[in-house]
Design a protein around this ligand. Structure first.
Ligand SMILES: Nc1ncnc2c1ncn2[C@@H]1O[C@H](COP(=O)(O)OP(=O)(O)O)[C@@H](O)[C@H]1O
Ligand SMILES: [Mg+2]
Length: 374
């Protein structure tokens, strides 16, 4: 009962007002309790004793906003034993070493800066120092919810992406702001559903954004006001007419669909289209993930009017509240698979269950079984 006012506020107070309030009050604790209350699996810490007996036991790394429960659902549906591990606690290492788990599933937590760093750091140690398989792996989570890392990664790998300028030096940023082309897009380093994205049309706005970036710092809309981004700045060329595709690879399943749009933004629009991706969208997804060794990756593509495809974002895990399926042909959900000669095949079926957690678990078990036999 205590926090029912949160449900009421979410139903009745417009989003812009809620965001305005959060510029003055930090509601992270309230939000965490809200997500825990709404998720019937929030308190589950291990599988029933009879489940998955004798097989591999999977460690599920707990996420502060309950995204890890998608893995609990996947384990239950697929009959796999599991234990939930809270790697944000002081005894995290002991939990890991005494868990009896040979494989770990992570839903990196980006809800707050400290958790985002902790998740990446400790998962990397599990994988690289202790040699434990964590899926998705450190290479895949490295750029998660971090637009500066993503942009740097795309740049060093020579992958076509929107022209992006990143500044850590205030004078360099100020000089750029005085003469950059307009409009220009400002993005906070962290941000989803377009909460940290602004299209700046006037030079005074660009100057203001630069000033703030190197003074008090920026906070994405609705984000915890203490989690300020200070001392860096990302600006991007404005692409007026674009179509956005969500392309996904999990294991050897491939998916894709265009994102719907409201106003200037696709992300967070709450809309989804079901056109099938072309071979060139799928080929790009395959080439990028294959080259980087990614087996759990959403590759968001911008398609320009001249047909060029630019990579905008790489997200190793992603919500699926709007697009429960990730690919549909003639109204039927399914996946694409690729044969060794490069041909693509549609297979109907429910391959995107639980925000793709089932597919990720299937791939993770394959990896461990393969290691066990090699
Ligand atoms: N360079 C750009 N030019 C024009 N529109 C953009 C540009 N970058 C992003 N957008 C629009 O803003 C939305 C959010 O941007 P994105 O980089 O995907 O951030 P996030 O999804 O993390 O909020 C996109 O879905 C797209 O509609
Ligand atoms: Mg996006």
């Amino acid at each position: 009962m205590a926090a029912d006012w949160v449900d009421l506020a979410r139903d009745w107070v417009p989003r812009d007002i809620r965001r305005l309030i959060q510029r003055h009050v930090s509601l992270s604790g309230v939000k965490q309790r809200y997500f825990a209350r709404r998720d019937p699996l929030a308190e589950v810490i291990e599988s029933d004793p009879h489940q998955g007996k004798g097989g591999v036991r999977v460690g599920i790394l707990r996420n502060r906003v309950q995204r890890h429960t998608a893995y609990i659902r996947a384990c239950r549906e697929m009959g796999v034993a599991f234990r939930v591990i809270d790697i944000a606690r002081d005894d995290w290492l002991q939990q890991v070493t005494t868990s009896g788990c040979r494989l770990f599933l992570a839903w990196p937590d980006a809800s707050l800066g400290p958790y985002a760093r902790l998740f990446k750091d400790r998962c990397m140690l599990l994988e690289q120092a202790l040699g434990l398989p964590v899926i998705p792996g450190a290479a895949e989570t490295w750029m998660y919810e971090d637009k500066i890392r993503t942009s740097d990664w795309l740049r060093v790998h020579g992958i076509a992406h929107p022209r992006t300028w990143i500044f850590f030096d205030a004078d360099e940023a100020r000089r750029f702001a005085a003469e950059c082309p307009l409009p220009i897009v400002f993005k906070t380093r962290f941000g989803a559903a377009a909460t940290g994205v602004k299209i700046l049309r006037r030079r005074a706005e660009v100057r203001r954004v630069v000033r703030r970036a190197f003074a008090a710092g920026h906070v994405p809309a609705g984000h915890d006001r203490r989690d300020r981004e200070w001392g860096s700045l990302l600006l991007q060329e404005y692409l007026p007419e674009l179509r956005e595709w969500r392309m996904v690879r999990i294991g050897d399943s491939y998916f894709g669909h265009p994102k719907g749009r409201t106003g200037a933004f696709h992300s967070g629009s709450g809309r989804v289209d079901w056109d099938m991706p072309d071979v060139r969208h799928l080929d790009l997804l395959h080439a990028l993930t294959e080259r980087a060794g990614f087996h759990s990756m959403d590759v968001d593509l911008f398609e320009l009017p001249d047909g060029r495809l630019l990579v905008n974002e790489l997200q190793t895990v992603f919500g699926a509240s709007v697009s429960i399926d990730q690919l549909r042909r003639d109204g039927r959900p399914g996946r694409m698979t690729r044969s060794p000669d490069g041909a693509w095949h549609f297979e109907a079926g429910d391959f995107a269950r639980n925000a793709c957690a089932n597919e990720r678990l299937r791939y993770a078990l394959e990896v461990v079984c393969h290691e066990g036999t090699s």
